[in-house]
Design a protein around this ligand. Structure first.
Ligand SMILES: Cc1ncc(COP(=O)(O)O)c(C=O)c1O
Length: 413
């Protein structure tokens, strides 16, 4: 007789569930599919030769350290470098305010682990980054979405939601946000909204988790002041990452926050992985300190801007005029809104897949999965420019048929 593994799982694992968009991922990743679904960086931009040379030099010159374990909070050199960089950007930090993580996803997991009790309401953007909501849910937290527009979450909605939750006896204590070029909408929270959100956070004693993996990939203008730089009361925890500005393969990110919180996070991290990859940290340090990462970011900005422009221009040209889409000034994502009289985006995706084009349908990004049925996330980071135009053109022709007939039957469904 074989063991029934589900009977062995700990009680707390009942909150660990896959995202509903996963079922589509196998389909979207088929080689013949032009996929706007994945949010990975374009791997044609990975500087393989430079990384290879830097790794070889690192191991030869400093292998005894670089191949050893390091402290749980991470390499002092890298933390000092990052703290100085943050200080230069207006957010005063010391190395003790930082811990190195296995990417910002681990930061989200560790923070959920130490801050979220089962049943806690956690404020998130609506729509929100799925991985952030999954981390919150995996510890029994309940993400509660705050509606967004192009300027970020709407402060009046935020305040109303907090009051409603308090009336229900719940006391939200966290707001999780991706203020720059958000995943999935591409929206950037305006300075005015940041100030309003910060004021709400102070009024209701909310901690803000500011997740900023895309802020450096800014293709137009500048990003507004970060929450962490505005904060005067140590109520902001900041998450940074090398995944999108260098490579995700080294799995190196960082968390910055009050020293006492970082010490607690460090204790939690000890039982998770002892430390993040020493090799990855040393590599990130060498490439950052020499100025290489900044130069690489400048190259990425030009390369991704070209892809973004191609996708936006293609959407303008090929999509029916009644379809709305965001115009992000950076990052990887464009949020598409199909009118209510269209079929749900999930059904449109099903047909698009038959024509070998993929995107991510909307519901998974909403804390209330009854919402988002007519939204979709399009990522321009992975396909090349020609594929972007071809994929959007194919989709555009499908959408015109749907738009004219208001039904999927017109496209053979
Ligand atoms: C908003 C957001 N946060 C965190 C992550 C995780 O990134 P990392 O590779 O740093 O763990 C991603 C990855 O796509 C993301 O989009």
């Amino acid at each position: 007789m074989t063991i029934k593994w589900q009977n062995y799982y700990a009680e707390r694992t009942k909150h660990i569930t896959g995202s509903q968009i996963r079922q589509f991922f196998a389909l979207t990743e088929r080689p013949e599919v032009i996929s706007f679904a994945g949010g990975f960086p374009g791997n044609e931009f990975f500087p393989c030769k430079d990384i290879s040379a830097a790794l070889a030099a690192l191991v030869l010159e400093d292998g005894k350290q670089a191949l050893q374990y390091t402290s749980t909070e991470g390499s002092a050199e890298l933390r000092t470098y990052l703290a100085e960089k943050m200080t230069g950007e207006g957010a005063f930090k010391l190395a003790d305010n930082l811990i190195i993580t296995d990417g910002s996803q681990q930061g989200l997991d560790l923070l959920s682990r130490i801050l979220v009790n089962p049943g806690d309401a956690v404020l998130v953007e609506e729509p929100a980054y799925i991985g952030g909501m999954s981390a919150i849910k995996s510890y029994g937290g309940i993400p509660v979405g705050i509606k967004m527009d192009e300027e970020g979450v709407i402060p009046s909605v935020m305040e109303k939601t907090i009051k409603r939750l308090k009336d229900e006896g719940k006391n939200p204590k966290i707001f999780y946000t991706v203020p720059n070029f958000q995943n999935p909408t591409g929206y950037t929270t305006s300075l005015q909204r940041r100030q309003a959100v910060m004021a709400i956070a102070y009024r209701y004693n909310l901690v803000i988790i500011e997740d900023n993996p895309y802020g450096n990939l800014c293709y137009e203008g500048e990003v507004p002041t970060s929450y962490v730089a505005m904060d005067e009361r140590e109520q902001v925890i900041y998450l940074g990452s090398y995944s999108k500005i260098l490579i995700p393969g080294i799995r190196i990110g960082w968390m910055a926050g009050p020293k006492s919180l970082i010490e607690k996070v460090s204790l939690a991290k000890q039982t998770t992985n002892l430390c993040s990859s020493t090799l990855g940290q040393q590599l990130a340090y060498r490439l950052s300190e020499s100025g290489y990462v900044d130069l690489h970011i400048n190259k990425l900005i030009d390369l991704y801007r070209e892809k973004r422009d191609r996708m936006l221009n293609s959407m303008k040209h090929y999509f029916p005029a009644d379809i709305e889409f965001s115009e992000p000034k950076g990052g990887f994502f464009i949020w598409v809104k199909f009118p209510e009289y269209y079929p749900p985006s999930r059904e449109i995706l099903n047909i698009a897949l038959k024509y070998n084009v993929a995107f991510v349908h909307g519901e998974g990004f909403f804390s209330d999965s009854k919402c988002g049925s007519h939204g979709a996330r399009f990522s321009f980071s992975q396909p090349n420019s020609e594929e972007i135009e071809t994929g959007i053109k194919i989709l555009g022709s499908l959408l015109h048929t749907i738009s004219e007939n208001k039904t999927l039957e017109a496209v053979g469904q």
